[in-house]
Design a protein around this ligand. Sequence first.
Ligand code: ATP
Ligand code: MG
Length: 333
Amino acid sequence: MGRVFSGIQPSGELHIGNWLGAIANWVRLQDRYDCLFCVVDLHAITGKYEAATLAERTREMAIGLLAAGIDPVRSTLFVQSHVPEHSELQWLLTTLTPIGELERMTQFKDKSQRFESVPAGLLAYPVLMAADILLYRADLVPVGEDQTQHLELSREIARKWNAEFGGGEDFFPEPAPLLTQAKRIRGLDGEAKMSKSLGNTIGVLESPEEIWQKLRPAKTDPARVRKSDPGHPEDCNIYSLHEQFSPAATVATVAENCRGAKWGCLDCKKVLADNMAATLAPIRQRAAELRARPARVDEILHDGAVKARALAGETMAVVRERMGFLKAGTATA
Ligand code: ATP
Ligand code: MG
């Protein structure tokens, strides 16, 4: 059975872009692969963050994943910082990674603009991601399109390590991306990718009222200034969201009513809000049940970390040996 690894940052709420682009895929893959899913808290501190709420956000992200259908019996669900080998392997891999490669990453270019003084951690972020994946020698990585460039770098790092230290063996498989058909969901601004850190999201766990409050002012086709102006569904983010949340017949009606200026954007959004709320209702319900049992959630994460640590330990024993480190001695009397 092939192995799957993927992660999500507890940098904000689990949003519909994460869900459609990645998490829904994670849920499906559990039947066919040996899956490890990780709340990547070490990644979430690469920007400015609030230490006081990190632990709670980490648990809340795990609750979102469990509610969305990650099954801790079939899959290993854990928190990145609970397995220290992630940081260890990252350091070893930074020694193989050219700075130029890191500097040309689109996400680094984007995110570094938000800082006056750019933290080195932001630059090294894709090396930690490579470590996350290679630590478990995963074959497949279900992610959104925004991560494909990082994943390509992980493949290069794997190739480099194999060439230098593999001793003729491809110890690290080259991890391949697995995209969904909704690989890039745009945010409520209608342009940028929906991102936790951009505040242009709709949360998977939001109430119907909150969903409506967010959809109401969301950007639509700019050609529709007045209700009587005909629209272009292909230019409208609300239409793309209908394609994800509404039945096919409704999607066809939406396109027709938009092109023919038969209804206003608010009418269109109301239908979307109802369908979105209905789709997400069971996830919200399960999250509420889990929130009432935080100790159970922590226990699931503990069990996951134990399983992950065992695998990580096996990989690191080989890595340390192949890279030539002196083995730690045992105590003598
Ligand atoms: P941040 O803004 O802090 O980077 P994020 O919203 O990009 O947060 P991540 O935790 O970085 O979320 O990514 C989790 C997963 O969700 C990744 O697989 C990523 O590719 C996917 N993803 C993130 N945003 C989108 C999106 N707008 N459309 C599709 N997939 C997405
Ligand atoms: Mg991201």
